[in-house]
Design a protein around this ligand. Structure first.
Ligand code: ATP
Ligand code: MG
Length: 333
């Protein structure tokens, strides 16, 4: 059953045209020329309860604008949005009860007061029962280690601490849906990993539906089996990450450890290999899966030298997405 329904959704921004320089800025104040920016252009999708969906796209693609419409912060220009049966911008309070939202770039906590007090304000705002509040604080402290900075004012927190506190705050009222807009931006690997584990756990235990925008492909690899890719306001792909890898990720590489050196690779190139690098007793060979397979390469190498070990590496999600942005496919949806 779909918990999020988006149909032919668009958002246009009307921007006043500005010329360069100070004079241009002054002129702009009296000039009514406006340009229309289509930030989101006629997108449709549904998300089922319990799914974790990665929402990807280059800078300015329209990800945050979509999330803001789903959260009720922005009113759509066209089309419809429904989140658990609620139209977000018409009924923001009702919508907020079903939602947890984290914008990685901005905190929802009160800057000058300790984390603990921000949390208790949330408790009152959302009328969270005492037992639920206590249980959540304990659970979140366990997984995210917030106890260390529980009594510290938010403005004194490091980015990673602040993000963890924000994540906790967004989930105190047990929302069924979580929107995360770049939750791991600027964090070190350890904190990133903690946050990913936490999202995974909440999704598993509570069946929380998660939509996650990120530029970090490891977030996607670890969390989301479904990805939606948006570019220029339009959805270019909606489906399994693996399928995307199959389409774009035809290039693989194989690393082979050999005993005696091989002097001539001419034949391998003729067989369709793209690139070979050679260092001491290790050869790294890049090839297109659709031209030649790893077994053929290994058996060729084995004829020339004794093979000690080998590893085949597929393309990672990062490369897939980079390729996709460069060479979009529309007919896959
Ligand atoms: N309030 C606004 N007024 C005018 N234009 C806006 C506004 N908010 C966003 N835009 C424009 O809409 C487009 C989409 O922006 P959006 O913030 O949704 O991108 P994004 O996919 O979240 O990018 P990023 O990865 O950089 O966060 C951009 O061209 C942006 O400049
Ligand atoms: Mg954004």
């Amino acid at each position: 059953m779909a918990i999020v329904k988006v149909e032919n959704l668009s958002k246009e921004f009307h921007i006043r045209k500005r010329e360069d320089g100070l004079l241009g800025a002054l002129k702009g104040m009296f000039n009514n020329k406006k340009i229309i920016k289509k930030a989101v252009n006629n997108i449709s999708f549904e998300i089922n309860r319990g799914e974790i969906v990665g929402y990807l796209g280059p800078n300015g693609a329209g990800k945050s604008t979509t999330i803001k419409m789903l959260s009720g912060i922005l009113v759509p220009s066209k089309g419809s949005v429904e989140v658990k049966g609620v139209i977000p911008h018409r009924n923001r309070i009702e919508n907020a009860k079903n939602l947890g939202v984290v914008f990685g770039q901005r905190t929802q906590l009160w800057w000058d007061i300790p984390v603990s007090e921000s949390f208790s304000l949330m408790k009152h705002m959302y009328k969270i029962p005492k037992a639920q509040y206590k249980e959540n604080i304990e659970l979140f402290s366990d997984i995210l280690g917030i106890a260390d900075f529980y009594n510290t004012p938010v403005r004194q927190l490091s980015l990673g601490q602040r993000m963890r506190a924000d994540l906790c705050a967004s989930l105190l009222h047990n929302p069924e849906i979580l929107f995360l807009d770049e939750p791991t931006i600027g964090l070190d690997v350890v904190v990133k990993e903690k946050i990913r584990d936490f999202i995974k756990e909440i999704n598993k235990v509570r069946k929380t539906t998660v939509i996650l925008t990120t530029h970090d492909m490891e977030d996607i690899e670890k969390l989301a089996s479904r990805v939606m890719v948006i570019d220029n306001g339009s959805i270019m792909y909606d489906g399994k990450l693996d399928k995307l890898k199959d389409i774009y990720g035809t290039e693989e590489s194989i690393q082979i450890e050999i005993e005696s050196p091989i002097s001539n690779f001419e034949e391998l190139f003729k067989m369709g290999v793209n690139d070979i690098s050679y260092e001491k007793n290790k050869i790294q060979i890049r090839y297109d899966k659709s031209c030649i397979n790893s077994a053929t390469i290994i058996s060729w190498v084995m004829k020339k030298s004794k093979v000690k070990d080998f590893i085949v590496q597929g393309i990672n999600a990062d490369e897939v997405i980079r390729k996709m942005y460069k060479n979009p496919i529309k007919n896959l949806i």
